[in-house]
Design a protein around this ligand. Structure first.
Ligand SMILES: Cc1cc2nc3c(=O)[nH]c(=O)nc-3n(C[C@H](O)[C@H](O)[C@H](O)COP(=O)(O)OP(=O)(O)OC[C@H]3O[C@@H](n4cnc5c(N)ncnc54)[C@H](O)[C@@H]3O)c2cc1C
Length: 332
């Protein structure tokens, strides 16, 4: 490990942005993620179903790029074959059943799955997967990360923490240093939950749209996977419950969640009941209350935190936060 390298905890969009900002400033970065691959909430599940292998985006569905930096990342990913605009029949449907096309905007998806965008962003970086960081040790210039599986890594000049606030609070609480301000901000922030269902039904089912933002029920979003660009494999749909519904039903069993959400779209749109389904609970999905600043540093300026939870519930904001955090830590 190069002298003066910086550890980044979390290999989602914010972690990737932070790594790139550090590289631009001539600093080395090493990323640690508890998951099996890059992406975080830009997540694609590969599922074995009775109709074959399906790749299903059960987290973020599409990305919009309003600023220059994120637009440049989307174009870079498009050139690498890992992103493309979604040209499907995307609509919104109000509680009375009125259907309107979603407003014209480029909606990017990863290809062949959402996580491909983060993989592209992280190309050339050292990333340790299956590496849950449970504690930080040491201090400025000699930070170490302690891993759940045993062992520790370091020394690092600085640490960037790009994980959801509740998980960051746990991490800081186990660390013998003063993170009181960052913990206080994280306690105020809220990332609401989302219950998601991935399913397969009769492939002939066509409600007249490929994806819909829904109002007036527990299901707030439904989308047909194969309508996204660059997809192959078995047909599938994903359903997302609203934050309110998910909060009320957070501890329901996966079977109960599947039953409630699939019955709702069965009644509302005639979607056949699924032959195969899986539920996924996102305990921390979308930002509802954010501090509103891109990042925060401890008083030594060597441990910082970032992520979408600092700015709001859009992937682009995770990128912006991670970039700003990387620039700040490059000086550590
Ligand atoms: C259901 C759902 C739908 C969404 N829809 C959209 C959408 O349509 N459009 C949009 O723009 N955004 C959407 N979002 C939000 C978008 O996914 C996020 O804003 C963005 O992905 C957040 O990136 P991040 O890097 O801040 O965090 P994350 O992607 O959560 O990355 C954090 C990473 O940290 C890792 N981690 C956590 N704790 C530890 C630890 N102790 N040690 C090591 N690693 C750790 C995790 O494994 C994860 O990979 C959606 C999110 C969800 C869940």
């Amino acid at each position: 490990m190069a002298d003066g390298a910086i550890a980044i905890i979390g290999a989602g969009l914010a972690g990737a942005a932070c790594a790139r900002a550090l590289r631009e400033a001539g600093r080395d970065a090493v990323l640690f993620d508890k998951g099996r691959g890059a992406g975080g909430r830009l997540s694609t599940r590969q599922a074995e179903t009775p109709s074959g292998t399906a790749r299903i985006d059960h987290g973020a569905q599409f990305l919009t790029a309003r600023g220059e930096a994120f637009t440049a990342l989307m174009e870079e990913a498009r050139a690498a074959g890992s992103a493309a605009p979604w040209e499907g029949r995307l609509v919104s449907i109000d509680r009375a059943g009125n259907l309107e096309p979603l407003r014209q905007e480029t909606r990017w998806t990863g290809t062949p799955g959402m996580n491909a965008i983060v993989k592209t962003a992280l190309s050339g970086f050292e990333v340790r997967f299956g590496a849950r960081v449970t504690k930080l040790k040491g201090g400025p210039g000699k930070w170490r990360v302690v891993l759940e599986e045993g062992g520790e890594e370091g020394p690092f000049a600085a640490i960037a923490v790009t994980i959801p606030p509740e998980q960051m609070i746990d991490l800081f609480a186990r660390t013998n240093a003063d993170f009181a301000e960052q913990i206080a901000e994280a306690k105020e922030a809220v990332l609401g939950p989302c219950q998601a269902v991935m399913l397969q039904c009769d492939p002939g089912f066509d409600p007249g749209f490929d994806a819909a933002k829904l109002y007036g029920g527990g299901v707030t979003w439904m989308a047909r996977t194969l309508s996204k660009p660059g997809r192959d494999g078995a047909e599938s749909w994903v359903l997302h419950a609203s934050t309110n519904w998910s909060r009320v039903h957070l501890e329901d069993s996966p079977d109960a969640v599947i039953r409630a959400l699939t019955e709702e779209v069965h009644v509302r749109f005639g979607m056949p009941l699924p032959g195969w389904a899986q539920a996924h609970r996102w305990r921390y999905a979308l930002s509802e209350k954010a501090p509103g600043t891109h990042f925060a540093l401890d008083e030594t300026g060597t441990v910082g935190c970032g992520g979408d939870w600092r700015l709001g519930g859009r992937a682009e904001l995770a990128w912006d936060s991670g970039t700003a955090l990387g620039h700040a830590l490059a000086r550590a």
